[in-house]
Design a protein around this ligand. Structure first.
Ligand code: PBG
Length: 332
């Protein structure tokens, strides 16, 4: 059948008709809002490259948590911003029972026990060298290497201490091989068999993380993350990564960044039955903010179109710094 029998415009003829046949929608239940926690007191520090996003000290966190809760957002993703002086080679702040993320988790659970706390499980915010694992200088190669298995041990300690503090979801992001299996075992042994793992399964070595590294004070002090994060040129490799994490027991699979990797969101959607998570990262946020601030684009329309695109590509959940704005827009 073809034109003139077929006329596609019939189903676009009015707002009601378009509402009736719409395939995808973003809801507030899909959104996870990242929050940066900093040491100190009385701090609400706007991140210059991320307008409207702040580093919060524990004593002021209530303001942010109240707003997020009132907007109906179901989950926040916590990042710790550690003082330079408190960092060390093994990132011990990541698995300190009184670490910044652990304290923030307990505080949030006091403020609103129903708000889900997702803990980003990584070492880079807590290591003095800024890498996501244990660094070893290889004399023979003349270069530094991030050691896989010793890093896993520390990551497991971090995950268990986050669960102990009350985290509802563990989200390992350091891209070591076997991290889901190691964390699953560690959580189960510690009695947290009901805490799910949201794996950063497909995480690329991306320049879109730039603003985040300023916000979290976590840029590598030398080299880059290309020996553990993925090459942006690779798609089949992403499926191998996700296969490993799925086999190791990940409960949800993430693709990060999102915008330049919509094909991978779709590929994971088609291949797995797990919830698929898109991480709309800092650089994607900053680009829209900058263009909007210049008056070049309509921020609300562009953000909602972008989010709808993630859903259409196959994402179930979206981690985004726009979560509060979206929740507000969806209401009005
Ligand atoms: C930790 C981590 C990073 C991001 C999330 N978890 C930074 C990195 O890998 O360098 C980036 C998030 C963003 O850019 O919004 N490893």
């Amino acid at each position: 059948m073809s034109y003139p029998i077929v006329r596609h415009r019939r189903l676009r003829s009015s707002a009601a008709m378009r509402n009736l046949v719409r395939e995808h929608a973003v809801t507030v239940n899909d959104l996870i809002y990242p929050i940066f926690i900093v040491r100190g007191e009385g701090i609400k520090n706007e991140i210059p490259s991320m307008p409207g996003v702040y580093q919060w000290s524990l004593d002021r966190l209530e303001e942010e948590i109240r707003e997020v809760s009132e907007l109906g957002i179901q989950a926040v993703l916590l990042f710790g911003v550690e003082d330079h002086g408190a960092k060390d080679a093994h990132g011990s702040g990541a698995y300190d029972a009184n670490g910044i993320v652990q304290q923030a988790t307990r505080r949030i659970k006091e403020l609103n026990p129903e708000l889900l706390v997702v803990a980003d499980t990584c070492l880079c915010e807590f290591t003095d060298h800024g890498h996501c694992g244990v660094v070893h200088y290889d004399e023979r190669k003349g270069q530094a290497d991030v050691l896989n298995d010793p890093s896993l041990e520390l990551l497991v300690k971090a995950a268990v201490s986050q669960a102990e503090a009350g985290a509802d979801i563990i989200a390992p992001s350091n891209m070591m091989d076997g991290f889901v299996q190691a964390i699953r075992r560690g959580l189960d042994e510690a009695g947290y068999e009901n805490v799910p793992i949201m794996s950063y399964a497909v995480k690329y070595a991306s320049s879109f993380y730039g603003p985040f590294r300023d916000a979290a004070n976590s840029a590598p002090q030398f080299g880059d993350r290309k020996t553990y994060q993925m090459d942006p040129a690779n798609a089949r490799e992403a499926l191998r990564e996700a296969d490993s994490d799925a086999a190791e027991g990940a409960d949800m699979l993430m693709v990060k960044p999102a915008l330049a990797y919509m094909d991978m969101i779709r590929a994971l959607r088609d291949r797995y039955l797990h919830p698929i998570v898109a991480y709309n990262v800092s650089g994607e946020f900053s680009m829209i903010k900058a263009a909007a601030a210049s008056g070049w684009i309509d921020e609300k329309a562009i953000v909602l179109e972008t989010m709808t695109g993630f859903k259409r590509a196959g994402a179930d959940l979206i981690i985004t710094y726009f979560a509060k704005d979206i929740a507000r827009w969806l209401r009005s």
